[in-house]
Design a protein around this ligand. Structure first.
Ligand SMILES: N[C@@H](CCC(=O)N[C@@H](CS)C(=O)NCC(=O)O)C(=O)O
Length: 219
């Protein structure tokens, strides 16, 4: 058993963020899959929110993907995934927060409004605006790529990537799209798709579609 245990669920994008961070940092870990549809009693006792990801290290637990990734950064400073400079660090955190508080809610709204065509038109526009903002305010201003912060992969890349991986389902089911002129964004996606941490954690389009179709069919 490795020093670190990650409690995960194969389809969970949040747990994928943490797997990617562990792989990027070269940290050995044990992956324990939890059946979220039939949660074992030990998991209910362990996980305050009843959610994955959850990390066990040195007799302690850490949960919430973003907090886990920052914990890994603090506890294992080798192969850093955040810059040292305080301003650059703050900027990285701004984008990490943007992912969860602006980008993902726009995606979640597409799921929530799946039966309402008028709202979906607005939602498609809102998602496109989020991508444009990421392109112009993020990728184009922060450096010359290929990653969010330039030459080195960072926690920002890992924060977004699992949701970008699932975006083709939003395209297929709800006609969402990445605007044509988001060229830096598209290059970044291609770069991330080639990254080992992504290749080791990626699931296929069909795998994701099985889950998204269930949303589509739900009342
Ligand atoms: N904010 C959490 C979200 C984690 C989350 O929603 N995980 C889902 C699986 S993708 C879960 O464990 N759901 C079980 C439940 O809500 O009962 C994070 O970033 O870690």
């Amino acid at each position: 058993m490795a020093e670190i245990e990650l409690l995960s669920y194969e389809a969970c994008p949040y747990a994928q963020r943490t797997s990617m961070a562990l792989i990027e940092k070269g940290i050995d870990f044990t992956l324990t899959e939890v059946d979220l549809y039939n949660k074992p009693e030990w998991f209910k006792q362990l996980s305050p929110y009843g959610k994955v990801p959850l990390l066990r290290h040195q007799g302690q637990i850490v949960y919430e993907s973003r907090i886990i990734n920052e914990y890994l950064e603090d506890a294992f400073p080798q192969r850093p995934l955040l810059p040292c400079d305080p301003i650059a660090r703050a900027k990285a955190r701004i984008w990490i927060e943007y992912c969860d508080n602006y980008f993902m809610p726009a995606l979640h709204k597409m799921i929530a409004d799946r039966k309402d065509d008028a709202k979906q038109m607005e939602n498609r526009k809102a998602v496109a605006e989020k991508f444009k903002f990421m392109e112009t305010e993020g990728l184009r201003k922060l450096g010359s790529g290929p990653y969010w912060l330039g030459n080195d992969v960072s926690l920002i890349d890992l924060q977004f990537m699992p949701f970008i991986e699932r975006f083709p389902c939003y395209e297929a089911l709800w006609s969402a799209a990445i605007p044509e002129d988001c060229t830096r964004l598209k290059q970044w996606i291609a770069t991330m798709e080639g990254r080992e941490s992504h290749k080791k954690t990626v699931s296929t389009f069909e795998f994701h579609m099985i889950r998204y179709r269930k949303y589509e069919q739900a009342a």
